[in-house]
Design a protein around this ligand. Sequence first.
Ligand SMILES: Nc1ncnc2c1ncn2[C@@H]1O[C@H](COP(=O)(O)OP(=O)(O)O)[C@@H](O)[C@H]1O
Ligand SMILES: [Mg+2]
Length: 236
Amino acid sequence: MIKIQGLHKKFGKNQVLSGVDLEIDKGGIFAVLGPNGSGKTTLIKSILGMVVPNKGSISVLETNIKNSWKYRQEIDYLPQIANFPGNLRVKELIRMIKDLRREQGNEERLIDLFGMQPFLDKKLSTLSGGTKQKVNILLTFMFDGPLMILDEPTTGLDPASLIRLKELILEGKQKGKTILITSHIMRFVEEMADEIIYLLEGKIYFKGSIEELKNKTGQTDFEHAIADISINSADV
Ligand SMILES: Nc1ncnc2c1ncn2[C@@H]1O[C@H](COP(=O)(O)OP(=O)(O)O)[C@@H](O)[C@H]1O
Ligand SMILES: [Mg+2]
């Protein structure tokens, strides 16, 4: 599904990715983890072609993404920070995104699921952070591509919405989708992820199941296993 070789990315003098090699097979939930600023969003944006690497190659769905854009139509992407135009109403934004994608979207079900009916006529600038995130989720999940990329999808959600989100993600997995997620909420990751991809110092430090990670770190619980990596790496 995704194949990355020797990916390097620097912003000015800041070397963020320094030789990322990563293969992600089709189907399943993959959590991209790593300390703040370790390059998770940069990696995701590289896959989406929104960040241009200094070196390395990326192919998505068997397509080398360099000079290619069509593959992006297969990706449903939830950005970490959604900069919605504030003066648009929610329903206008939904319409606009559907027009851009030129696809049928199944937004009706999602509007019900997240109780968004009362907000459809509201301007985006007037919404709370959590409600904006629900709009963000709605715009991502209303399409049905084979690859989903969710950058911190749980941000600001109330408990009921978090449950809905988890159900939607699992439903996608059952349909055979490949789902990449970043999250700081370790309980969420532990519950959802089939595989962990841990970014550290510009490289993939670990890729494997939660069980394998626990074995590698000698920790019996996941949160400690993750903390163990950051603490030990801080020593060197
Ligand atoms: N567009 C950009 N311009 C300059 N620096 C950037 C840009 N995007 C990210 N960075 C820097 O790259 C590093 C990694 O950022 P990011 O990929 O957002 O990390 P993460 O998502 O893991 O928290 C940070 O030091 C950040 O400041
Ligand atoms: Mg990020």
